[in-house]
Unconditional design. Structure first.
Ligand SMILES: [Mn+2]
Length: 355
């Protein structure tokens, strides 16, 4: 595995590359052209500029998270081919830049959903939390407001205000899209992009839906073992793979995370590893990475990744806000660095006892 951290670019991220460089064991970052909007072609010069900036700091650009998919593609609208052509063009440029892993998601309208961005825990740290009743009481517009007002004016990925302006329109285009249609639209998209992925050896890594069930009545498909195996099977190419995000699949306690990892051998191209703590059914918070702080057995998760010979980029996921840090919620330096140290410790122990 290659240990990385997510970085949003100098313009947007409170964390600097030189700080990431000082986290032991981190050799790369995962980034994106953060100012771009879904549907737009990524220019080679912009990708190369991002890459050189990262390399100048002594790190590598280990992959892209995310290259977002336009809603016309997800909803299967008549203009989807235009946006798929643009996506292919972006992939070509990503390939030309020498990059080989692209994370994306296929969630209609919303990216990840939380009801709180700063729930205070007993130790005074603040974390993302999800409460089903609180979400059920909201209309989608309020969800956007809530995310954006809780982020101290920092732009949250996936929750950009320009999307909010179109939220009613977005819901409208998914009116006739059920899970089956969404699977069909994903298959159509994957079949069209696989040739360029093969040509440049770009491993596509779909991010699961978070939480792993339908929100606001919208269909969601990347939620469990059966669906993800259906997805990898329907376009049976190694470049059609997954981002194994423990925190997202783990929102559903019925998902057996180590078992899912083992069933995806050869198809996991990127891993997000973090812990969640369930307080009651329908209420969870993003605890520290440590097993004893949450509900997952992090050792078993790392062991499963080791067992399948996982050798792609891995990153800690959302961190708690601790030690007075002011940063994008979930993406401060301190707790994610603690996460890195812990995951590296687990990995070293596993290597020494299983090697
Ligand atoms: Mn994730």
């Amino acid at each position: 595995m290659q240990m990385t951290m997510r970085w949003f670019g100098d313009q947007y991220d409170t964390v600097k590359l030189w700080q990431i460089r000082q986290v032991p064991g981190v050799t790369g970052v995962i980034s994106t052209l953060y100012g771009s909007v879904p549907g737009e072609v990524w220019q080679l010069r912009d990708i190369l500029a991002l890459k050189s900036e990262i390399e100048a700091a002594g790190l590598s650009l280990s992959g892209i998270e995310s290259l977002n998919v336009h809603d016309s593609i997800k909803a299967g609208l008549s203009d989807r081919d235009v946006y798929i052509d643009n996506y292919i063009e972006s992939l070509k440029n990503i390939g030309e830049a020498g990059l080989h892993m692209v994370c994306y998601n296929f969630m209609p309208v919303f990216d990840w959903t939380r009801s709180e961005l700063a729930r205070v825990r007993p130790d005074g740290s603040t974390v993302f939390a999800y409460n089903q009743e609180a979400v059920d009481a909201l209309v989608p517009e309020e969800m956007f407001d809530r995310v954006n007002s809780g982020a101290d004016g920092i732009l949250m990925p996936g929750w950009e205000p320009e999307r909010m302006a179109h939220v009613k329109e977005l819901f409208e285009i998914y009116r006739d899209v059920d899970e089956e249609k969404l699977f069909d639209n994903l298959k159509y998209f994957l079949e069209r992009i696989m040739p360029v992925c093969n040509e440049y050896d770009i491993k596509m890594a779909i991010h699961p839906d978070d939480p792993a069930w339908s929100v606001f009545g919208l269909p969601r498909i990347i939620t469990n073992k059966a669906n993800i195996l259906r997805m990898t099977g329907m376009v049976d190419d190694v470049h059609n793979g997954v981002t194994f995000c423990a925190g997202s699949y783990g929102t559903n306690p019925e998902n057996d995370l180590p078992d899912m990892i083992r069933s995806l051998k050869g198809r996991i191209h990127f891993a997000h590893v973090r812990n969640l703590k369930f307080n009651s059914p329908g209420d969870f918070e993003e605890s520290a990475h440590l097993s004893s702080d949450g509900s997952f057995d992090m050792y078993e998760i790392m062991l499963a990744l080791y067992d399948i010979g996982f050798d792609g980029p891995i990153r800690p996921d959302h961190g708690r806000m601790i030690w007075g840090e002011k940063a994008m919620p979930g993406y401060g330096l301190y707790d994610r660095a603690l996460g890195v140290a812990y995951l590296n410790g687990l990995w070293e122990a596993i290597q020494k006892t299983h090697g």
